[in-house]
Write a protein that binds this ligand. Structure first.
Ligand code: AMP
Ligand code: MG
Length: 339
């Protein structure tokens, strides 16, 4: 009997040790929302938490994707010129946030860019420069001011047949915020969320220690970082010419399209990085600032609280907001930080 007691106690202790030392999973990576999504939960990386996070990404993709025919966005687009569609709260929130940036950029950032995105097919094997007729026709369909949102009924209506929403410039930022909500709910202290380069460095790396985030060289994204920045609990989002592009007749065409010309925006920029606290804002702003160019983009960023930016141009000049000046470490001497 005594022996039995001893055995039970021993087994119990072993069980306790085994549970407390249960190995966390390594960082998990899945292809979601059209991109490679990696999450690192460090010692809190249980299978349940990783699966809750990736399930949320699966759900968001099934609501917000413009590249499937069963999402809210597909339904709104299919009903363009016909009838309003009752959308999910997520769709309304992301669309309404997008429209704030359309206003801030006088329409350079426009969530009705869909027909132009489809005409260029960038990121697919059919990518090609559209004919001038196609460009002219689809440009007439782009106008964020025409979107009709009924906030009471929760519906979205695109009044012109052929109009199409595309939330590709903002959806990943929203997804990162949604993951942060899950982490907060579970009282997780730190994590790295990387949704295809859309980063959230959540919490503190270790007590009083920053995460060090590298910014890609836009001309050689697979090389070492061009510079690094220390951050704690911030999102870092970049829009750049290297993310999605194709070449035709020796000319490179990237995926950030100017509604005013119907072509990829052609200014002196290679990339714009935004550092702030809310990822949907960072995502919308990186695309917006890229579209506006250095001077107007910088003016927009400087008008916003808690928002820093890094503009890298074709002359290999790096411009940063005042809050970053003493904070960045340049790693590539082909580039110069302009004060
Ligand atoms: P990002 O990588 O966040 O800068 O977003 C680029 C994506 O946003 C593109 O692949 C398109 O889906 C979409 N997009 C392209 N041009 C615009 C624009 N002018 N306004 C809003 N979204 C755009
Ligand atoms: Mg963006």
């Amino acid at each position: 009997m005594k022996h039995l007691h001893y055995c039970t106690a021993f087994t119990l202790t072993l069980l306790l040790v085994a549970t407390s030392c249960k190995q966390a999973l390594p960082p998990q990576t899945e292809f979601k929302m059209g991109t490679v999504c990696s999450i690192n939960l460090f010692e809190k990386g249980t299978p349940q938490l990783y699966s809750e996070i990736f399930q949320r990404l699966t759900d968001l993709e099934s609501i917000l994707s413009a590249n499937r025919n069963d999402t809210n966005i597909a339904e709104i687009n299919a009903k363009a010129g016909i009838a309003p569609f009752k959308a999910a709260p997520e769709t309304l929130y992301v669309l309404q946030t997008a429209l704030l940036y359309s206003e801030k950029t006088q329409g350079a950032f426009d969530p009705t860019i869909g027909p132009l995105v489809k005409a260029w097919n960038i990121g697919t094997e059919y990518a090609a420069v559209p004919s001038p007729e196609v460009i002219k026709k689809v440009r007439s369909l782009i106008d964020y001011r025409k979107i009709v949102i009924d906030p009471v009924k929760g519906t979205v209506f695109l009044p012109l047949p052929g109009m199409k929403l595309d939330l590709g410039a903002i959806a990943k930022g929203y997804a990162a915020d949604e993951i942060v909500t899950i982490l907060t709910k579970h009282k997780i202290k730190k994590a790295i969320i990387d949704l295809g380069g859309n980063i959230f460095a959540y919490g503190e790396k270790t007590p009083n220690k920053n995460w060090i985030i590298g910014i890609r060289n836009p001309e050689n994204p697979d090389e070492n970082s061009i510079l690094t920045i220390p951050v704690t609990n911030k999102t870092i989002v970049t829009s750049g010419v290297y993310e999605r592009f194709f070449e035709q007749d020796g000319i490179r065409y990237h995926h950030i399209l100017d509604p005013a010309t119907g072509f990829p925006v052609n200014n002196d920029l290679l990339s714009v990085t935004i550092i702030t606290s809310i990822s949907i804002n960072a995502d919308a702003l990186s695309t917006s600032a890229f579209l506006l160019g250095t001077d107007r983009g910088m003016a927009l960023i400087n008008s916003l609280p808690d928002t820093e930016a890094i503009f890298i141009n074709k002359k290999h000049e790096i411009r940063v907001t005042p809050g970053l000046k003493n904070n960045i470490s340049l790693k590539n001497t082909d580039y110069t930080v302009i004060q």
